[in-house]
Design a protein around this ligand. Sequence first.
Ligand SMILES: NC(=O)c1ccc[n+]([C@@H]2O[C@H](COP(=O)([O-])OP(=O)(O)OC[C@H]3O[C@@H](n4cnc5c(N)ncnc54)[C@H](O)[C@@H]3O)[C@@H](O)[C@H]2O)c1
Length: 215
Amino acid sequence: MPAGRKLEGRVAIVTGAASGIGKSIAELYLEHGARVVAVDLPGRSLEETGTTGSGSIRRVEIDVTAPDAPDTIIGAAVKHFDGLDMLVNNAGIAAAAQFEELTDEVWDRLIAVNVTAIFRISRAAVPHLRARGGGRIINTGSIMSATAGPTLSAYGTSKHAVAGLTKGIVLNPPLSHAAQTDSSLPSRRARVRTTASPCRRRSPCRCRARRSRRR
Ligand SMILES: NC(=O)c1ccc[n+]([C@@H]2O[C@H](COP(=O)([O-])OP(=O)(O)OC[C@H]3O[C@@H](n4cnc5c(N)ncnc54)[C@H](O)[C@@H]3O)[C@@H](O)[C@H]2O)c1
């Protein structure tokens, strides 16, 4: 059990919440008192997320690339929980292929899920985060946000784009705490890798302390 309920009263959206990292994040947030909108594709056992603990969860089965996904996902948080404090763009796919065998379809799908959906859902979230005086957008990156693999050209490109998009978002107040997490670490130890603008929190700010320790 966690030492405290650090997210009591907060509303969070977690995409890709039916399995893996997203499921762990959603359940950890619930443990800490957050109200969670869990999002995943239809038929991916999303009903199993958040069943073991208490807490308020709403499940939305939708493809994050669907034209109406931003409105449906953000709308669920606003309708059921009255607002939004945190958006975790975690849904992602990978595909391994030799570069010359990479098809247009695979490329387009990777960029659509891993990049464009993050852009569209984040854009729709901003007015609601602003209405709360600020918020968090956490985009699941990868070690491939900073490096490359021989068969991972499309995936690596998408995760580099996630890093660039995150840096862009972070420069837009009041989202100055938006951060990219390194998903190769377990969610409890997720590291903040990208913060680009002055922190507006009251001191002492752990975010700034972490940054200065890394220098
Ligand atoms: N597992 C790793 O080692 C690792 C390393 C680096 C980065 N990542 C990243 O972490 C994130 C989560 O990965 P994971 O390892 O937990 O994988 P996972 O496959 O267990 O989880 C991804 C979830 O996203 C969902 N998803 C995929 N496409 C979707 C779509 N179009 N709409 C809605 N939901 C969709 C899947 O159904 C799945 O439940 C991904 O962004 C991935 O790129 C994972």
